[in-house]
Design a protein around this ligand. Structure first.
Ligand SMILES: [Zn+2]
Length: 119
């Protein structure tokens, strides 16, 4: 049982790596259109902080793994299309329930990838 628990913890840590890019809840994505983002429902979303965190976790424990996922090892300061990363701005969203969340977001002017992270 102890072993099983360990495996489960491991896969929790590795989970985000399988999803190279992910988007916030759809309500947020839709709201981004009002913020001036271009076609938020159709563009690629990359969560910044998460991928960086899991990458450093991997590299900390096994440099070889970092090697195996080499495609993740791109310059953190440039977009997937090669342009400089867009500046992330803070946006605050209020749900109908009254719950408030803050996101940092920025869209690449070239390939329209939206970079984001939860504040
Ligand atoms: Zn781009």
């Amino acid at each position: 049982m102890a072993v099983l628990n360990e495996v489960r913890t491991m896969s929790n840590h590795l989970g985000p790596l399988e999803v190279e890019c992910d988007a916030p809840p759809y309500a947020i994505v839709r709201a981004c259109r009002k913020l001036g983002m271009s076609e938020p429902e159709d563009v690629r979303w990359c969560r910044k902080g998460r991928s960086r965190r899991s990458q450093s976790w991997i590299q900390f424990f096994s440099p070889l793994w970092g090697h195996l996922i080499g495609r993740e090892e791109r310059d953190e300061t440039s977009c997937v299309c090669g342009w400089p990363l867009p500046l992330l701005e803070n946006y605050s969203f209020t749900f109908l329930s009254g719950e408030q969340v803050e996101y940092q977001m920025g869209q690449c002017p070239r390939c329209r990838t939206i970079y984001w992270d939860k504040v």
